[in-house]
Ligand binder design. Structure first.
Ligand code: GDP
Ligand code: ZN
Length: 462
């Protein structure tokens, strides 16, 4: 097992900023108990059994003033989140008292933790691997239950297990090559070795590609499917939007550190998080003469992964409708025929020439007829062929996807090398490269810079 590395003692507030009644100030490191003790009046923390909660007061050692009444959790290594000694001080005096507690810890031997540093230590101390660390981050950011489930699966180590199995197979093959190379005098051995490598590389590559096949869905679960609702004025875009937003399904997230105009808006449609593009154009213009304008639609369409193009079934197709149909022809698109509660005026035949029947959904935003089918169609488009049962392991993050692509490439080189009749020891190099790249996914071969960049994306106190 990995040994615990020794680090200095870090501290941070680990509950989100805001109004919560209780906040937690977290400490981790060799001196965690000692540092906490200096500002804590109550039991001797070093005497407390591990995983106990102890009542007392935080007292400023300089002024002897009581800062807050607290509960202190004592968590001794190694069975802790970081595998180091940890102390969690539960304060309830509000943000001012909590900050004061943190300040006292910082002036008595602790250092302010960097974002993600607790999780980083869990990784460095061997408690979790990189995919699990990343899933902690995903959990914090999950936008739908399904995204949450994927993150939980990763936290359980599902992806790690898959990758580790694949690596083991590669390693077995490499070991076999080494053994065989020791007997170079037999031609038959060379032939056998090549055949074995060919088989292994083929199966392993298939597994890598299966994982990659889930990448698109995984990425969307993390980031949302950029979706534009377009259509000329009065066709019913706002009404449709309101239906999609109905019942607390709307999630509006305020992306940290950004200004109001880039607030991102998400709708959860059957566990597909739609990230709505340019809803301002739909929402704000109703009382004025609506001026979406083709130029603006064009931009929204370009930015979108999915376009919902709304047409008015109770009017003939207009030139503007035609233009929007053309603009979206090469996009993933659903054409929505709205206002089907009114007498039909739209020329069905003309539309069918432009759009496959499967891509057209008839609805009424007034009666809500067809909204169900529309949502079903969105889910179907997104999940496509892949099994979306809860157990599926999805690769969801750009770093992991990039490495899988490179590993796929390396395995492709193995197969190409064999096809070209390259000597086994050269083919072996590409096979080893695949093994290395897969190892980077789980962090079995990692670089400091990568780690820092990765963990810095976490929130403070995690
Ligand atoms: P937008 O300009 O495309 O956003 O269209 P709105 O959603 O603002 O709708 C324009 C008008 O059409 C409003 O008066 C709506 O009540 C009405 N409307 C929207 N959908 C339907 C529908 O399915 N049937 C009927 N009869 N009216 C609708
Ligand atoms: Zn509108």
């Amino acid at each position: 097992m990995t040994e615990t590395t020794e680090f200095d003692t870090i501290a941070a507030i680990s509950t989100p900023p805001g109004e919560g009644a209780i906040s937690i100030v977290r400490l981790s490191g060799e001196q965690a108990l000692t540092v906490a003790q200096q500002i804590f009046k109550g039991k001797a923390l070093s005497q407390c059994a591990s995983h106990t909660i102890n009542y007392g007061h935080v007292v400023d050692p300089q002024t002897q003033n009581v800062v807050d009444e607290v509960m202190v959790s004592v968590l001794k290594a190694p069975k802790t989140y970081t595998r180091e000694d940890m102390v969690e001080i539960n304060t309830h005096g509000g943000i001012v008292a909590t900050n004061h507690v943190l300040q006292l810890l910082l002036s008595h031997g602790a250092r302010l933790a960097e974002p993600g540093e607790f999780t980083k230590r869990a990784f460095l101390n061997g408690r979790i691997d990189l995919t699990q660390a990343e899933s902690v981050m995903d959990l914090i950011r999950a936008k739908t239950d399904r995204a949450m489930q994927v993150a939980v699966n990763q936290l359980d180590g599902n992806l790690s297990h898959l990758i580790k199995n694949i690596r083991q197979e590669i390693l077995d093959a490499l070991a076999q090559v080494e053994v065989n190379i020791d007997y170079p005098e037999y031609d038959a051995v060379e032939t056998m070795t090549t055949k074995m490598l060919l088989e292994k590389a083929t199966t392993v590559r298939k597994q890598v590609q299966q994982l990659l096949a889930t990448a698109n869905q995984g990425k969307v679960l993390r980031e949302g499917l950029a979706t534009a609702i377009v259509g000329r004025p009065n066709v019913g875009k706002s009404s449709l939007l309101n239906h999609l937003l109905h019942e607390d399904k709307a999630i509006v997230t305020d992306v940290a550190g950004t200004t109001r105009d880039v607030i991102e808006e998400y709708v959860n449609v059957r566990d597909v998080p739609l990230k709505l593009v340019d809803t301002a154009g739909i929402r704000d213009t109703d009382d004025k003469v609506e001026k979406i304008g083709v130029e603006r639609s064009r931009q929204a369409i370009t930015a979108a992964d999915l376009v919902l193009l709304v047409l008015n079934n109770s009017e003939p197709l207009t030139a503007e409708d035609q233009e929007l149909l053309n603009l979206t022809a090469n996009k993933k698109r659903i054409v929505i025929l709205n206002k089907t509660d009114l007498p039909v005026q739209l020329d069905d035949a003309a539309l069918k020439q432009k759009v496959p029947a499967d891509d057209v959904i008839a609805i009424s935003a007034l009666t809500t007829n067809g909204i169900d089918q529309l949502e079903g169609r969105i889910a179907q488009l997104f999940w496509g062929g892949i099994d979306n049962s809860q157990s599926t392991t999805l690769v969801s993050n750009a770093r992991q996807i990039g490495l899988l692509h490179q590993a796929d490439q390396a395995l492709g080189d193995v197969l190409q090398g064999i096809a070209d009749g390259m000597p086994v020891d050269l083919v072996q190099i590409d096979m080893t490269r695949a093994w290395d790249l897969l190892g980077e996914i789980t962090g079995d071969s990692y670089q400091d810079e990568l780690l820092n960049q990765l963990f810095s994306q976490f929130c403070l106190g995690k």
